[in-house]
Design a binder for this molecule. Sequence first.
Ligand code: 3EB
Length: 368
Amino acid sequence: MLVDDLSDEHPIRQWPHGDIGVHPQAPLRVQYRMLDAHASLPPGLLAVVRFGAQPLSHGPPAALPAATLPLIVDVPLASLQTSTPAELWLASGPVRSGHDGIVRYAHDDHFLFAAIELDERLHGGIRAASTLAYAAIRRFQARSPFPHLQRMWNYFDAINEGAGDMERYRQFCVGRVHGLDHDTAQRYPAATAIGHQHTTHQLQVFWLAGRRPGTAIENPRQVSAYRYPRAHGPVSPSFSRATLTSDGAVLISGTASIVGHASQHPGDPDAQLEETLRNLAMLGAQADNLAGDPADSRAGNAAQDDHSSRRAELLKIYVREPALIAPIAARLKQTHPTSETIFLAGDICRRELLLEIEGIRSSKTGSL
Ligand code: 3EB
């Protein structure tokens, strides 16, 4: 088994940090915050996700021993804001970190954040690298005290390169399915898959996993991605439209202008944005129904406004063309006035799609 070939500094099968006791539920807390590039990271973090085409050089949180550092993930997508906040995943209680073969991770008592970064050139291209990454994820998760995948992010080069079934996104999907060796009883996590706009050779996959399962949410306006027909590739993409976490947070997958399984409004960014916003609103409504929140039900169609005033919402907007940012930002100010936003230049996994939006909505108890 491949895992035995890897040098396990902290093999999860001998979970190195002692028993993880039973703790009351802690709300998932995420925030966008500007970090001073020269200062140490603030304390109390599970993970930090930073964005920018240029490598960053943050000072380490020097006061902390290595085994308690947050997981740091640098996503090489160009920011389209003058200053881009980092995404901070706040820890509840002590943090333990380490690596297990190719998996880097950090966890607190409730959630685990982990990452794999592979150079495609060393692993036989996108499909083989994806298989390797997802096989490592499956093995790691199977013996982790945080067995439930909630949310995955996938970033790699030239996502639309290649014709037909050889398109790199489709080959990535093939590798993902093979690596996960999916057990149908298992739920799919929510996900994002976006292409870098410059060459990095890197497949980067990172994820959030929990001690308790989340609930997968689908969008009634869309065919579930894992049921997409053959026309979209040799395998269907393995993700759900959103995850409702056990504490009531909603982790929304990358969402685009797709109705049924068909892309809508090719070449029309304004219409693609409106379609995407309808999909996001539907996912929010599905999450409310699932959470069985009586206040949300009473609010009916006004629920969306109600939510944005009560629950913090973080949005990440990926656009193919930087020029799309201004109109999107203006429209989001109307539809999501209290949401915080990060705008990134990235390629969407279908070439006709110009933008994609993912989101995190806090639980009502989890102040962001
Ligand atoms: C879509 O809805 C758009 O393959 O992990 C969005 C989010 C998309 C995640 C993935 C793909 C993925 O099909 C593409």
